[in-house]
Design a protein around this ligand. Sequence first.
Ligand code: ZN
Length: 254
Amino acid sequence: MKQTLRLGRVAGFAVGVHWSVLVIMVLLAQSLATGVLPARAPGTAAPVAWPLGAAGAVLFLVSLLAHELAHALVARHFGVRVQQVTLWLLGGMAEFRDEPPSARADLLMAGAGPLTSVAAGVGFGSAAVLLSAVRGPVAVVVVLLWLAMINLILAGFNLLPGAPLDGGRILRAALWWRHGDRARAALTAARAGHVLGLTLVLAGLAELMVFGMLDGVWTTLVGWFLVVAAAAEGTAARSAGGAQRRQPRTGVGR
Ligand SMILES: [Zn+2]
């Protein structure tokens, strides 16, 4: 993924954003300022709602970055080289130069991201409860609750069992551990990702056509991305499987 804007190095990793992340920022800030806040904290004036919406969008991106950095930190712990960490339209992406050295490393690298999102969700939720208890501004409590919810949704979605989602990597690690064949495990996880992606595409199209909901476009887009990414993972797994039989394996980037 080409980084449009480099943010610098965080914990030694090259962190950057793709221009498409701006789309997300604007959509999230707008949804907060014109949808969530007016509904949950009626009476919030626009000059307050928009900065709060923007702050919510920025904090969401920060939690997304924390999710990716967690993957990268655990990867480094296991000696896996991290190419870069990028935020883009459909979330974050930590790119590695090597494959995990063991099923255990694979499992921990994959699990670290969703675990961080759950921790962020609990953190934002606790902050909302505390602020509410001391009768803090309702609009801020609403934004904190929204951040808690969106982080928990992020964790839940990423745990769906299909590569390249974290849940797919966890599935791969489990199969690798059980059968001792990494390439075969990766292929199964990629196939699961393909089915998951197609299901999301169909669900998105149904949403769009039957209910006329614009959210359907999003679901279709995410599904299509999964189908394409799962196909790439499948190809990498097949070539890695072939290489494994011929010679000691070299890493395949993901
Ligand atoms: Zn992740």
